[in-house]
Design a protein around this ligand. Structure first.
Ligand SMILES: C=C1C[C@]23C[C@@]1(O)CC[C@H]2[C@@]12CCC[C@@](C)(C(=O)O1)[C@H]2[C@@H]3C(=O)O
Ligand SMILES: O=C(O)CCC(=O)C(=O)O
Ligand SMILES: [Fe+2]
Length: 355
């Protein structure tokens, strides 16, 4: 296995699990999208939002702060992250340009059943008996193949902007990861990554990481109490960085032990970072991947961009424990773990847990 698409080849989707509803044309929440009691007593939707810790990356103590919040929250916000406001404006513009197209046009970029990239519902859809109030566009490396289908003469700008954003996001996630792994006690010599100097392959064409950019669109919804933007899930790779498009409302919530669903209010200038399953494994459970979901709004739509970063698909993940404590997870390659998660959303982590 050498790419994300290889990992999904063994877990293809059915076409009705790819095509989004044409939300523009619906006036009521159809039965297929109507979730019952999802808000339950756990929801803190009407309570004052709890503040997600904010870390200034220019703070000399950033390493310790990042380590502490990964342990306590599994999610945090970063400022001084090095992503310019101009680039954010550009990706927001291109994201809006895509999602505001008529459904028929967006369908030209439809993801194939065994593919990783393209337009469609969230990959986790088959694990729930109701559909989500959501459309996604997944970009793996270059979006050119799908963008050209949509805009035969106007795809370049979209591709340039998305590629530039991924380049900057990669720099940021690698910088964050170095802090996190240093906090865990990984030897400094390993820390320029290249995947942790674990050459499982000598192929010069081997990608140096496994990454994806997901553009998310949550249309406004006639009855938000019955609809789910994105159902509760943990992300699979090491780290995810989320940009909540400015001028759109919040909606991201995390499940906090003993508290319930906590709303993350977007903060101007900050990006949200969350721990994924692979960091959960690598940290031997010290940094748990965080369960999160997205709720929708009656009057306004919402957009976000989520960047996922993990080691190359053939990299063998295994827990690191500075103290020599017993390992809690068996080794698993990145590709195999993605395949396991695509086949069994809730059990993938327990399938690799040994104690
Ligand atoms: C690398 C990836 C992470 C992701 C699956 C993907 O191949 C690209 C899309 C990602 C996404 C975005 C929405 C939520 C999520 C759970 C999903 O269904 O697709 C994540 C996946 C993940 O982290 O497992
Ligand atoms: O839209 C958001 O804020 C979160 C998106 C998300 O969880 C994801 O893409 O995995
Ligand atoms: Fe997520």
């Amino acid at each position: 296995m050498s790419s994300l698409s290889d990992a999904y080849r063994n877990a293809p989707l059915l076409s009705h699990h790819i095509i989004p509803l044409d939300f523009e044309s619906v006036k009521h929440v159809p039965e297929s999208h109507s979730w019952q009691n999802f808000d339950s007593s756990l929801s803190t939707r009407d309570q004052p939002p709890e503040s997600l810790p904010i870390i200034d990356l220019a703070d000399p103590n950033a390493l310790n702060l990042v380590g502490q919040v990964c342990e306590a929250w599994g999610m945090f916000q970063v400022t001084n992250h090095g992503i310019s406001s101009v680039l954010l404006t550009d990706v927001e513009y291109e994201t809006k340009r895509f999602f505001s197209l008529p459904s028929k046009e967006k369908m030209k970029a439809l993801r194939s059943p065994g593919g990783a990239s393209g337009y469609g519902v969230a990959r986790i859809t088959p694990f729930f008996n109701k559909f989500m109030w959501h459309e996604g566009f997944t970009i793996v490396e270059s979006p050119v193949h799908h963008a050209r289908e949509v805009w035969p003469h106007g795809y370049q700008r979209f591709c340039e902007v998305m590629e530039e954003y991924q380049k900057k996001m990669k720099e940021l996630t690698e910088r964050l990861l170095v802090l996190i792994l240093k906090f865990l006690g990984l030897p400094g010599v390993l820390l320029d990554l290249e995947w942790l100097r674990h050459p499982t392959s000598h192929d010069p064409c081997r990608p140096d990481s496994c990454t994806a950019l997901q553009l998310n669109y949550y249309p406004s919804c006639p009855d938000p109490t019955r609809a789910m933007g994105l159902a509760p899930h943990t992300d699979s790779l090491l780290l995810t960085v989320i940009h909540q498009v400015r001028g759109t409302h919040g909606g991201l919530e995390i499940l906090k032990d003993g508290v319930g669903w906590v709303r993350i209010v977007p903060m101007e200038g900050a990006l949200v970072v969350n721990v994924g399953d692979m960091l959960h494994i690598m940290s031997n459970g010290m940094f748990p991947s965080v369960l999160h979901r997205v709720v929708v709004d009656k009057t306004s739509h919402r957009m976000s961009l989520a960047y996922f970063y993990g080691p190359p698909v053939d990299h063998r993940l295994s827990p690191f424990t500075a103290s020599g404590a017993p390992v809690r997870f068996r080794p698993v390659t990145v590709g195999k773990y993605i395949e396991m998660k695509a086949k069994s959303l809730e059990d993938a982590l327990s399938q690799v847990r040994v104690r």
